[in-house]
Design a protein around this ligand. Structure first.
Ligand SMILES: Nc1ncnc2c1ncn2[C@@H]1O[C@H](COP(=O)(O)OP(=O)(O)OP(=O)(O)O)[C@@H](O)[C@H]1O
Ligand SMILES: [Mg+2]
Length: 300
């Protein structure tokens, strides 16, 4: 049962099998407010923080204005790393390139386009691709979405609305986005609770982070959104990489993930055989780092 604190709106998952009363009171572990979960009064008060608290973070958009910074690789491998921590993960390929679908061996399946066209239900379009991992694929028809929908005044809310009926089935939903900002990025950001901004330690990539940050801030005005920068394809033997890394750390401070992802040729090998890195070689440096990143995400 989901309980929402009527003072601070924190959400909690309460296992009602632990309580043998029909009506009871609870105390919010965040703001300490005590309230009844039903209209009838009871003398019993249960501590909500003694019972499992539902994580609020659910939908994570992976966005960058810059191409080729490992958005898709992060979506796949972070998702798989979270699934190995026993989380139920939905990956959404929200990019016409359909690279995420391709990496999972899915070609020309139903996508978000067919959902919007009401040709298929969202639950039917989703495919099970690994243990604890599901995928909403992309296909080339997704390109038509931007043209057909940009005129509609609520076009930015399409993904958010589509996820509503299925959200509760997953612990995390990860949305892979393209580098363009037109239809897909606003939809992903409005559907999201949190954004990961991957970047390489290169001079021009820093500019990509800045532009992406501006888009996130614009969306945040109406829709609260947290974000963190993720360093990808890091090469610690490269002086320029080290310099840019220290600049990024200075600028983004708390807004940069502690975990960074190294450049790892095993990652590229794994993609040739359509395997997430943790399945291809769980001892590879990038596999261990995405596992570490998954643990960092759990703490947010
Ligand atoms: N840790 C890594 N080590 C080595 N190569 C990597 C790593 N992560 C990603 N790559 C490679 O970098 C390239 C770009 O990665 P990816 O497709 O994930 O980026 P992207 O940001 O999604 O690109 P796009 O903007 O086109 O969608 C791919 O060839 C991928 O194999
Ligand atoms: Mg991509």
């Amino acid at each position: 049962m989901i309980i929402v604190c009527d003072k601070c709106s924190s959400r909690f998952k309460l296992d009602t099998r632990l309580i043998n009363k029909t009506f009871f009171k609870v105390r919010c572990s965040k703001c300490k407010h005590v309230f009844s979960v039903d209209t009838l009064e009871s003398e019993e008060v249960y501590e909500l923080d003694q019972i499992s608290q539902e994580p609020q973070l659910k939908v994570i958009a992976i966005c960058s204005h810059k191409g080729g910074v490992a958005k898709t690789s992060t979506c796949l491998n972070l998702g798989v790393a979270l699934s190995m921590l026993n989380k139920r993960i939905l990956l959404i390929d929200f990019d016409v390139q359909a690279n995420l679908s391709l990496l999972l061996g899915q070609r020309n399946e139903h996508s978000f386009y067919e959902i919007i066209q009401e040709k298929v239900q969202v639950s039917k379009a989703i495919k099970s691709v690994r243990k604890n991992v599901w995928l909403l694929p992309s296909n080339s028809r997704m390109a038509l979405l931007a043209k057909q929908c940009l005129q509609q005044k609520d076009f930015g809310f399409f993904l958010r609305k589509a996820l509503e009926p299925i959200k509760e089935h997953f612990d995390y939903i990860l949305v892979d986005t393209p580098p363009s900002v037109k239809f897909f990025t606003p939809n992903a950001l409005i559907a999201a609770d949190f954004v990961i901004v991957p970047t390489q330690c290169e001079f021009l990539a820093m500019n990509g982070v800045l532009q992406t940050e501006n888009i996130i801030k614009a969306v945040s005005k109406t829709h609260p959104l947290e974000y963190k920068v993720l360093i990808t394809m890091y090469n610690d033997e490269n002086t320029a990489s080290k310099v840019i890394y220290s600049k990024l750390k200075q600028k983004y401070n708390q807004k940069i993930f502690k975990t960074l992802i190294n450049y790892d040729s095993k990652m590229q090998e794994s993609q040739i055989v359509n395997q997430p890195i943790a399945y291809y070689d769980k001892t590879a440096s990038s596999a261990l780092q995405y596992h570490q990143l998954a643990k960092e995400i759990e703490l947010i």
